[in-house]
Design a protein around this ligand. Structure first.
Ligand SMILES: [Ca+2]
Length: 484
């Protein structure tokens, strides 16, 4: 009798032990899911957690309350370079994507695109058996080898470049072809009614999450909004006191809410790192208290509202003002997925998990952060100091961002030694990455080049895009690698 009881008890204990160890093994063996929500042209102060009183963003307020705000998180100043930096962990100029081949961003049927030799976040995560999807706006080249499914994404749904590149926008005589909607590499239609695009991308995102709930996944969700032309879906139209921009932002906030609710329903929220950020400063919104807007190398052009959220791993309701960047996401996600960033090339991002997890004394590893405007190096930040070479009247200015976040007071005469130190950092970047036409970088990699590119959808009149509007020819100083 006693022996039977003993045996039963032992069996129960063994059973419980096995269950516990299985659970432990499962939780440690399965790496986290990653979701990057990348808003287009959203300014630093366009959402509640970063001070907006114009736009109602309850879901983002909750996201910030449960996660960490990054208040010195940097993107690039325009769409194409910003996406290049995020996906490769490199300064856009290092990989030839500060501009398109004849315009400040990549255009329909552009010769240039993300070189297939580059290693993206998605490709690293594929080696760890992640399911990967890009849902939204790509803008790193629309020729076959440049599209997301050739860069580590299992699937793609969205538009290949900006939503203002459509036939109706002919203000500058562009003669744009119809705006294609793609699934993977196939054109499945033309995007004409943009009022449904945010809901459409959200539905695709939720579908991808549900389909892949049983395995690690990476969802890259570069929303089309709030790039002009601004549109919002029915329940949001004419609802915001801030006009159509507010409507569009409130619909994006609802999209975030639906994603978070789905993660909770599927019991995935505790094992998912969600990153919410923007690709550059505001076109229509505001960046208060930052100076400058989209395209500028003042803070408002490149410092973007960023929230990271991972319950139990990132302290709730916290914030960090350490210098961080879209370029840091590749090494950070690689590490969290038990992989590594590539070591056969120079990357500019750093693993910021110590900062995100609030490890004691975690500090930025960016001794210098560089600001490029198109091909030209315009500024550098090191610690609180920023040297801007083309400030007011085109003269150099030194700002202390800790005391003067709005870049109003030039301290170059009071702190000449600081300015000299930052000039040295600029010289290092000129040698390494390059600066305009006068300083080709020593350590840059060739941009992808497609010979004889074609627009994905032809114009009804059969005429090509008008390329002559801008006299901007970066091929003079960008090394190219032909990929077709
Ligand atoms: Ca943008």
């Amino acid at each position: 009798m006693n022996r039977t009881r003993f045996t039963l008890a032992s069996l129960v204990l063994i059973f419980v032990g096995v269950i516990l160890s299985l659970t432990a093994a499962e939780s440690t063996d399965r790496p986290p899911n990653f979701i990057i929500i990348f808003i287009d042209d959203m300014g630093y102060a366009d959402i509640g957690p970063f001070g907006s009183t114009l736009n109602r963003t309850p879901h983002l307020d909750r996201l910030a309350k449960g996660g960490m705000r990054l208040t010195s998180f940097y993107a690039a100043a325009l769409c194409t370079p910003s996406r290049a930096a995020l996906l490769t962990g490199s300064y856009p100029k290092r990989i030839g994507l500060m501009t398109g081949s004849f315009h400040p961003v990549i255009m329909p049927g552009d010769e240039h695109g993300l070189n297939p030799d580059e290693v993206t976040i998605a490709e690293i995560l594929k080696t760890q058996n992640y399911a990967t999807a890009c849902i939204g706006k790509w803008h790193l080249g629309d020729q076959p080898d440049f599209l997301p499914t050739n860069h580590g994404f299992d699937e793609y749904y969205g538009i290949p470049y900006s939503n203002d590149m459509y036939p109706g926008n002919n203000a500058k005589g562009w003669n744009f072809p119809p705006l294609p909607l793609l699934r993977d590499t196939e054109v499945i239609g033309e995007l004409t009614d943009q009022s449904t695009i945010t809901a459409d991308l959200t539905r695709e995102a939720l579908r991808f999450i549900r389909q892949n709930k049983s395995q690690p996944f990476f969802l890259y969700l570069p929303h089309v909004m709030v790039h002009v032309p601004l549109q919002a879906g029915e329940p949001f139209k004419d609802q915001s006191a801030n006009g159509i921009l507010g409507d569009a932002i409130e619909e994006l906030d609802e999209s975030v809410g639906q994603i978070m609710a789905t993660l909770q329903q599927l019991d995935l929220d505790d094992n998912t790192l969600v990153i919410f950020t923007s690709d550059n400063g505001p076109a229509r919104g505001i960046a208060t208290p930052l100076r400058g807007r989209k395209g500028s190398t003042y803070e408002g052009g490149v410092r973007v509202p960023t929230i990271v959220h991972w319950p139990g791993r990132i302290p709730a309701g916290s914030s960090s003002d350490e210098i961080t960047s879209t370029m840091d996401l590749l090494p950070t996600l690689a590490r969290l997925a038990n992989s590594k960033a590539p070591t056969d090339r120079i990357l500019d991002g750093h693993d910021i998990w110590p900062i995100l997890s609030a490890a004691p004394n975690a500090r930025t590893q960016h001794d210098a952060f560089y600001y490029y405007r198109k091909e030209e190096l315009e500024a550098v930040r090191s610690g609180p100091w920023k040297l801007h070479l083309k400030a007011d009247n085109g003269q150099p200015a030194l700002y202390n961002l800790s005391a003067d976040i709005s870049e109003t007071t030039n301290l170059i005469n009071q702190h000449p030694n600081v300015a000299t130190r930052l000039e040295t950092l600029l010289d290092q970047a000129r040698t390494d990455i390059g600066d305009g036409v006068t300083h080709p970088g020593a350590n840059v990699r060739p941009v992808g080049y497609w010979h004889n590119p074609r627009a994905l959808l032809a114009r009804p009149d059969g005429k090509p895009l008008n390329r002559g509007t801008y006299k901007y020819i970066p091929e003079k100083w960008t090394e190219r690698k032909r990929v077709n």
